[in-house]
Design a protein around this ligand. Structure first.
Ligand code: PEP
Ligand code: MN
Length: 321
């Protein structure tokens, strides 16, 4: 599961632009907060951004339908949950600050039991133990209905203004001893956009997925800009995810290339397209090689070179181990 999007939704244009981009890079879920429950209502004399509210949910449901990507957004009350339910949001999220509100969780369970929501994402409270987190998840419906999200806990060490501390022990524990799916949010879990790539690599080694905050101009984001990565950095993270996804398939790639070319007359761009489709690669990964061979004989002769070119291309993208 690869969830990405801005901290908060700012406009329909902003949301569509980011959703289209992250989807093109392989994200499987688009995230954007509609109801932002900020730590303080006013900071430095200015009211904090509280999100677009119900209008934001409407935009997300439009994105789900138009771009065909499931969406995730946070809810903090029964009323907000009902709005998410009404608009068919695929992944309602319980934010870190509500993990302890057990009565609220029981209400959410009721609302989403009868809804089309695929699962409820439950973030860990920054001061909650793993046991308390698992208890909360039971109130929400258990492993079938809940996906856990580790988003960093309180720590004495806030070197260089890092925000929270990702608890990878907690993640490993959940994978080892429970049936829950668990994803990792390195954005809130560190508070520093420079650390997202490395933490994503670490998370991908043991968790079931990632949730990343991304924005074309992070510093203009009304919330969490410091921990938000831009499109270039997101592309690097997306390639990590692709590499992990392709791991077993990469070994087969050379064989596939040989087999396909041996028995079919696909070549040039069609040939590359065919491989992209078979391997579930984003369009362009191989087609950008612009294989221009026009004669089958040439193509066969070039075969060894093509395999090398494809490998080089994957290597450039950071997809080869
Ligand atoms: C969020 O994911 O939008 C969010 C507010 O995170 P958290 O609840 O982990 O602070
Ligand atoms: Mn955020």
């Amino acid at each position: 599961m690869f969830i990405a999007g801005p901290c908060g939704i700012e406009s329909s244009e902003q949301a569509f632009k980011i959703a289209e981009f992250v989807k093109s890079k392989g994200a499987t879920v688009f995230r954007a907060g509609c109801y932002k429950g900020m730590n303080r209502p006013v900071v430095d004399g200015k009211p904090e951004y509280l999100g677009m509210g119900d209008k934001g949910v409407e935009i997300l449901s439009d994105i789900q339908y138009t771009l065909d990507i499931p969406c995730l957004t946070d809810m903090q009350s029964v009323r907000q949950a009902e709005v998410l339910h009404k608009y068919g949001i695929a992944y309602p999220q319980v934010g870190a600050r509500n993990m302890d509100s057990l009565e609220l969780l029981r209400q959410f369970k009721k609302i989403f039991n009868k809804s089309k929501a695929k699962a409820i994402v439950l973030k860990r409270g920054p001061s909650a133990t793993v046991d308390e987190w698992l208890g909360a998840a039971e109130h929400l419906g258990g492993p079938e209905r809940v996906i856990l999200c580790e988003r960093g806990i309180v720590s004495f060490d806030r070197t260089k203004d890092t925000r929270w501390r990702l608890d990878m022990v907690g993640v490993a524990y959940i994978k080892e001893y429970t049936q829950y799916r668990i994803i990792v949010d390195p954005s809130h879990g560190s508070g520093d956009h420079n650390l997202i790539y490395r933490l994503s690599a670490a998370a991908l080694a043991i968790a079931d997925g990632l949730m990343i905050e991304v924005h074309p101009y992070p510093l203009t984001s009304p919330t969490d800009g410091k921990q938000t990565i831009d499109f270039t950095e997101f592309t690097r993270v997306a390639n990590l995810v692709l590499k992990k996804k392709l791991g077993p398939k990469l070994a087969k790639l050379d064989q596939d290339v040989e087999r396909m070319t041996g028995v079919t007359a696909f070549w040039g761009i069609d040939y590359a397209l065919q491989i992209e489709k078979r391997l579930g690669l984003p369009p362009g990964t191989i087609t950008n090689l612009k294989l221009t061979t026009t004669r089958f004989a040439d193509f066969l002769q070039d075969e060894a070179n093509n395999i090398t070119k494809i490998n080089n291309k994957l290597d450039d993208l950071g997809l080869l181990y």
